[in-house]
Design a binder for this molecule. Sequence first.
Ligand code: SPV
Ligand code: MN
Length: 626
Amino acid sequence: MNGYLEALQPKLSENGYQKLSAIDNTKVHEFIAKASDLCNAEKIFICSDSAEDIAYVRQQAIDSCEEKILALPGHTVHFDGVYDQGRDREATKYLVPKGVVLSKALNQIDRQEGLAEVKGLLRDSMEGRTMIVRFISLGPPNSIFTVLGLQCTDSWYVAHSEDLLYRPGYEVFRRAEPNREFLRVLHSSGKINENMASVEHEKKRIYIDHMDNTIYSVNTQYAGNSVGFKKLAFRLAIRKADREGWLAEHMMIMGVHGPGGRKTYFSGAFPSACGKTSTAMLPGETILGDDIAYIRDIGSVARAVNVESGIFGIIQDVNPIDDATIYEVLTSPGEIIFSNVLIKDDKPYWLGMGSELPKDGINFSGEWHEGKKDEFGNEIPLAHKNARYAVALKALENCDPELDNPMGVELSAILYGGRDAKAYVPVQQSFSWEHGIIAYGASLETETTYATIGKEGVPEINMMSIQDFISIPLGQNVCNNLEFGKKLKKAPLVFGVNYFLRDKDNGKFLNAPQDKHVWIKWMELRVHGEAGAIRSPTGYIPKYADLRKLFDRVLNKDYAEEDYIKQFTIRVPENLAKIERVQRFYQENVSDTPSELFEILDQQRQRLVEAKERFGDYISPENFEW
Ligand code: SPV
Ligand code: MN
């Protein structure tokens, strides 16, 4: 027995003590002992991932009132505080040791100062509470991809969510060598009110200490800030991947089903609320992951795993028309945690669900009725726009069978999708790996959305949709992506998609949400060399005849040529302006930008200028078939 185990013994049950002693890793015991000392937990519960422990965690989430039972079997609801409804960029900081410089685009604080501050906030935060300890395997266990994680939290809701969203890791820790590396998370909800929501939002802190592979999170419960293996450990994984020569990406992974029963895997990076989950959940396709992927070069092929094993998805606009598969899951029995929806008669309601909505109920603001105002006089919506659900992938009929393949799946295509009202066409294929990484990935533009706290609709560059999580110099991330593909025998094709293009005259969206299914099927044909394309200045774009067939086959829709022309017209001024913005962003913010980025953007500018000289500002796709 080591000193840490000894110190922990009084707070553990006999069984808990046995479970913890079975893990032969002093660093594990040390982290738990220090966490418990700092937070002054009354008791410690070690979750071994046995059916009994899992059931206990779920029951405690209900008994503690962090979750309430809903009408359908397996459904519960959790509410986060009014000021705790999304990831919090301002409260999230990297701890930077003296003498180390991080990109100025990253929110940061001196390491010593930050540690003192966050530990001050965590001190005694678990007085009278139980600290729950969870062991997680990020990626399938016992695979080259596996990264281990350990979280201490005082929230049963957080512990329960981890059960739905991650693979169990206790047995992996138990069998691992004594000095096995792992990521650490310490979370406390801090002071909570009668509704069990964190109240001291001005003292919310999420600090990332990469020196110690540790994340500290306090005074928050929103899962994106508290479930450490979501975006918090992801930030540490990006550093690890950088050191070890692989990629940790904010990407979904899906199996796209093509002619003759073949299946082709795509991964896709989209900023929050830009259609990532609904792409991965398209009816008839299979989902392998919806948020975070680890990608490695194995035998000169890009192979990917889902870091997680569940979905923490946005539940706005999920209805039988736009998101049939998810809608079906959310309205059927099965284990689901809803958060920040409206509850009426024990049933969940959300914005854009496609049916009549109640005029009152309980939501994140407490008792709610139509017209209720917040303290600033703004109307409180029925449900938060960033309301979410947590569900295990295995509970879904469309879960891809390769989810736990320790070798991952071979990626044939990578998608980058932004929120671009003006410039990029709905779908295009890059001329090369490098062109795709730069012109689509590194140039990804979006608008801030409700998934983070702050103003909505502010345009911004969100490099590879990873900007909020990047923990290495931004230019280094571009280089890592460029190099990764250059080394592959056959790099995945790179596509840019844009579900948010608007009519330049009336401002209306040019596509219905379902149209993305056609783009996916077109890309699948491109991977197999079964669809033609037109070379435009910004990439290869689809031919009308191919899309027409696909619209008919996939959506049973007549696709008018006039719509095609509107959607695939190359808008030269808007594209030139985009290049300007991207260049300026890298020039001003990213001192280590590789020169290849500027060269590739210059080439794109050149192609646009030449096309403009021949055809004018707005160029219908037919013109490019020379
Ligand atoms: C996202 O916003 O990208 C999410 C949810 O996947 S969160 O856990 O908040 O990051
Ligand atoms: Mn995400």
